[in-house]
Design a protein around this ligand. Structure first.
Ligand SMILES: NC(=O)c1ccc[n+]([C@@H]2O[C@H](COP(=O)([O-])OP(=O)(O)OC[C@H]3O[C@@H](n4cnc5c(N)ncnc54)[C@H](O)[C@@H]3O)[C@@H](O)[C@H]2O)c1
Length: 251
């Protein structure tokens, strides 16, 4: 198993890619700490993992709130003594709005969750990892962290920020045993975009058309890739965007 003896914390674990990664990490031997603002969804993910004999701790927390993030890490360290892998996955999207259609409140909220949340959680756990001389961050960005047109103006900005932040983490801390990878999925069939797929929204129809195979990715496929990236087998992958998009971003 690729993640035997590892402890992994995954945000946004109540749904979509967070849930899929949590399930796959647990199958690969990791003890998983699940976090989300959605307590009900979190309980469902916890049940799915426990039914499969996984070891799991669930914590309801908002990644954009420093006090939540602080107490989440305290609880995680109390329970498991360490966190080896931090998957910064929680994020929100404001449909496919252009800049003029995004309110200041929406902009601030997206930046708070998608960017500040990553920074807050990273800074909370980084000192512990530095003390151990080892730690891995899987920062779930998006191909929207490298191209435009796959989300709203604030979301695209936030995902570019996550990619940049990931590079800087590697630049500053790789020498101390830290790895940070920006995991960049293309269009994946999760609740974040399902409504738009079901409504045949032009923004997603165009995205599907731009995937050479015309197949939308599945959360499990992203989860398998994430497991590999988080594992010691990927130790030379650091500070880069790793795309999983079926070729969506090649043209
Ligand atoms: N689905 C896609 O096509 C796609 C493509 C590229 C990147 N991504 C990225 O993958 C990640 C997961 O997205 P998803 O598609 O599974 O979406 P999703 O909406 O299904 O899941 C996101 C989860 O984050 C949680 N969340 C929202 N705000 C939070 C907060 N403040 N604190 C803690 N948790 C919070 C939600 O409750 C939800 O459970 C995101 O970073 C997203 O940007 C998704």
């Amino acid at each position: 198993m690729l993640l035997q003896e590892k402890v992994a914390l995954i945000t946004g674990a109540a749904s979509g890619l967070g849930r899929a990664q949590a399930i796959e990490y647990a199958k690969e031997g990791a003890k998983v700490i699940l976090s989300d603002v959605n307590a009900e969804g979190l309980a469902e993910t916890e049940k799915l993992i426990k039914d499969n004999n996984g070891t799991v701790l669930s914590i309801v927390a908002d990644v954009s709130k420093k006090e939540d993030v602080h107490s989440m890490i305290n609880k995680a360290l109390e329970e498991f003594g360490t966190v080896d892998i931090c998957v910064n996955n929680a994020a929100i999207l404001a449909d496919f709005k252009a800049s003029l259609d995004i309110t200041e409140e929406e902009w601030d909220k997206i930046m708070a969750v998608n960017v500040k949340g990553v920074y807050l959680l990273t800074n909370e756990i980084l000192p512990h990892m530095l003390e151990k001389g080892k730690g891995t961050f899987i920062n779930v960005a998006s191909i929207g962290g490298t191209i435009a047109g796959v989300g709203d103006a604030a979301y695209i900005t936030s995902k570019h920020a996550v990619v940049g932040y990931t590079k800087q983490l590697t630049f500053n801390y790789a020498k101390d045993g830290i790895r940070a990878v920006a995991l960049c999925p293309g269009l994946i069939d999760t609740p974040m975009v399902q409504y738009a797929i079901e409504q045949d929204r032009p923004e997603v129809v165009r995205q599907i058309e731009s995937i050479p195979s015309k197949h939308i990715g599945r959360s499990e496929e992203v989860a398998y890739f994430s497991v590999y990236l988080a594992s010691d087998k990927a130790k030379h992958i650091n500070g880069v965007e790793m795309k999983i998009d079926g070729g969506q971003s090649i043209s």
